[in-house]
Ligand binder design. Structure first.
Ligand SMILES: [Zn+2]
Length: 179
């Protein structure tokens, strides 16, 4: 598995990896160090990173939800409205419900999007990513490079958001396994 991480540069002299809450990987690097060197450093540490991430996910407890149900729906509607304009698309219906294996779905023919109600446990930025993803399907109904170009064009840090969601997915799966 390729590790997804964010890079924070500063006047430090050495490289360091920090696993933040939620299992997000942050690499702290000197200002001028090349990307390939950072990549090499991270791939050498893959095992260690995955072990740490698993330890973080291990308590299998859901984080407290960030939104009440009512707030969650409001935030969803607000974000959908913003991104309908930015992506120049129109959504006919937004459904929020429990989904077992995905964060969202989009039926392009009827312009319906459905969102997993467990997204209320994630941050606004992750929720935003899922909404952008589903709305982008109204422009490109597949996961082609054209689709990802739309997503990365409007959310350049979408991969970091994806990796946070993956952590939440682990916790949800582990919880389901415990029941
Ligand atoms: Zn998709």
């Amino acid at each position: 598995m390729r590790v997804i991480y964010t890079i924070t540069r500063s006047r430090r002299r050495t490289l360091a990896i920090h696993i933040k809450s939620g299992g997000v990987v942050e690499v702290r690097a000197p200002l001028s160090l090349g990307k390939s060197e950072i990549e090499r450093f991270v791939s050498a540490k893959t095992d260690w990173i995955e072990k740490k991430q698993a330890q973080i996910a291990a308590p299998c407890e859901l984080p407290p939800s960030r939104f009440t149900d009512a707030d969650f729906e409001l935030v969803v509607r607000e974000l959908v409205k913003i991104w309908e304009q930015r992506l120049d698309v129109e959504v006919a219906f937004i459904g929020i419900r429990k989904m077992s294996s995905r964060w969202g779905s989009c039926t392009t023919k009827t312009r319906r999007i459905r969102l997993n109600s467990a997204l209320k446990y994630c941050s606004r930025e992750c929720l935003e990513y899922v909404i952008v993803h589903e709305l982008a399907h109204l422009r490109e109904n597949n996961h082609s490079s054209r689709f990802w170009a739309i997503v990365s064009g409007v959310l350049p840090d979408y991969k970091a958001r994806q990796s946070k969601l993956r952590m939440l997915q682990w916790i949800l799966n582990a919880q389901r396994g415990n029941q």
